[in-house]
Design a binder for this molecule. Structure first.
Ligand code: RIB
Ligand code: CA
Length: 334
């Protein structure tokens, strides 16, 4: 597509920042199978796993997806991101290993045949690419963050001005009206880097928060992954540990699609209902660390400073149908 032509100006670009992670991988699976966005870059960040593993997992998985898609998905490069939170802290990964498996991708790559090749990597850091994409794609760019917000906060610190035209920033993270999933107060992505989240939510940019209020309802039964061909078998292995954790923790036969919902909201915003309000984050080292303080009071006044669109309701059935419809596009799903 020739740059600058009319059709080029209609292209919508997306940059996904992720910490794969099983649900991050499921989000990429859905996104890459859709023409809604063109992906120039994927960036990886510390979170579910170390930054090093997140980078490697993202490259492996992007390459795996390309091998199973009919349409020619470009060899989307992955850029390595932050290894620590802005305050220099590092999360313990003991629980993440129980959820995502020892290396973050469940049992998928236990079958070495799935490791055909590593997708494109780069020595350029994630935050530099996020700045470049914001500057070059401007109002055609949507940024979706599926892990801690460290890379995005670093990019905002380096070049705040270039983000003024960015169409939307969709963040998987936080909770407005329900307990967290790491502590009673905090959701994992925010807890990993509260200061980064505070800087993103108070940036005044067009941010949508897709938090536990809606993602906890995005539940897909594991039976959806039974049968089928080699691609579905690979995803079955990918979710194996995640599903076992759900069974143990919630006595449920389904998995929570936190990250796929965030990306789906970027693709189809009407899947959720949002309210515009101020979101602050507790950056202390106390028991409320990482808590998102969402001001839902009615009498907030018409002018909320630096509002965030917070998702509070979800059309669950429409989302799950949307999600599965994209998995079906892969060779080896059936
Ligand atoms: O709280 C859920 C979030 O934390 C998801 O992004 C999951 O991948 C983990 O990073
Ligand atoms: Ca994630």
């Amino acid at each position: 597509m020739v740059a600058g032509t009319k059709c080029e100006s209609l292209v919508r670009y997306a940059l996904v920042d992720c910490d794969p992670g099983v649900d991050d991988a499921l989000a990429l699976t859905m996104g890459f199978a859709s023409p809604i966005f063109r992906y120039d870059a994927v960036t990886s960040v510390h979170g579910n796993v170390s930054a090093r593993l997140a980078y490697r997992n993202a490259r492996r998985f992007v390459s795996f997806l390309r091998d199973h898609l009919e349409s020619s998905v470009p060899d989307v490069p992955v850029y390595p991101g932050a290894t620590l939170a802005l305050d220099g802290s590092r999360m313990s990964r003991s629980e993440s290993r129980l959820i995502h498996g020892p290396e973050g991708m469940g049992a998928m790559f236990d079958d070495k045949r799935r490791l055909r090749r590593l997708g494109r990597g780069s020595s350029k850091p994630a935050w530099e690419v996020i700045v470049e994409q914001a500057a070059s794609r401007g109002s055609a760019l949507t940024i979706i963050t599926l892990g801690p917000l460290t890379n995005l906060a670093l990019a905002l610190r380096r070049a705040p001005g270039v983000f003024s035209r960015v169409k939307r920033i969709v963040v998987m993270g936080g909770a407005a009206r329900m307990p967290g999933n790491v502590t009673p107060a905090a959701e994992f992505n925010i807890y990993c880097d509260p200061l980064a989240a505070k800087e993103v939510f108070s940036s005044g940019l067009p941010v949508t928060m897709v938090g536990l209020d809606v993602t906890r309802r995005a539940l897909l039964h594991v039976d959806e992954f039974e049968g089928g061909g080699s691609f579905r078998a690979a995803l079955r292995d990918l979710i194996k540990v995640y599903a076992r954790f759900s069974r143990k923790r919630r006595d449920a036969g389904d998995i929570t699609l936190h990250d796929p919902l965030a990306l789906a909201v970027a693709m189809k915003p009407d899947l959720v209902k949002t309210v515009s309000c101020r979101v602050d984050v507790d950056t202390s080292k106390g028991i409320a660390r990482g808590m998102t303080l969402v001001d839902l009071r009615e009498n907030r006044g018409s002018r909320v400073k630096n509002p965030v669109d917070v998702a509070l309701d979800l059309d669950v059935k429409r989302f799950l149908t949307f999600f599965i419809s994209h998995l079906r596009k892969y060779r080896g799903w059936e």
